[in-house]
Design a binder for this molecule. Structure first.
Ligand code: ZN
Length: 156
């Protein structure tokens, strides 16, 4: 039976810095095997009981992949559409094809804009501390939709 699993998490890099955490938010809720959660993490916590705590370490490759240097590039300010305020942290897509990377503006130096299409966590080893908050059989609706319903999951 496919499970729906809820969990709280803290994500740290190898230096122990907190990169992300569900603290103060609803727990993450996902449909097992759906890809809503990184599959190696899903596999490691699927089957744990409510209340169970587990530390799971994923290599960058198992997480968001290695850094692809070809996605780091310099473009000219004039290549952006008129009226767009280009500043550090801006996120945009170069085209609308599904699966095309989200680029971020890393820095603006005069007319030069340094952009990066890698996932912000590419190249980073991921160390999760997880506490399971929910574990139940998925409903037929959830299985047909491919995602979990409810608090922390998908809303319609
Ligand atoms: Zn749905």
């Amino acid at each position: 039976m496919t499970k729906v699993i809820g969990f709280h998490y803290t994500l740290k890099n190898d230096a122990g810095e907190v990169l992300d955490s569900s603290e103060g938010r609803d727990p993450m809720l996902y449909l097992a095997g759906s890809g809503q959660v990184l599959l190696p993490l899903d596999k490691a916590i699927n089957g744990l009981s409510v209340g169970a705590a587990k530390s799971v370490s994923l290599s960058a490759k198992e997480g968001y992949g290695e850094v692809d240097p070809s996605l780091k590039m310099n473009v000219k300010l004039s290549q952006f559409p008129d009226g767009t305020e280009i500043k550090k942290g801006l996120q945009f897509k170069i085209n609308n094809e599904p699966g095309s990377p989200m680029f971020r503006v890393i820095n603006v130096l005069g007319e030069e804009v340094f952009i990066d299409g890698n996932h912000p966590l590419a190249g980073v080893n991921l160390n999760f501390d997880v506490v399971i908050t929910e574990s139940r059989d998925a409903t037929a609706d959830e299985i047909s939709h491919g995602h979990a319903h409810g608090v922390g999951g998908h809303h319609h």
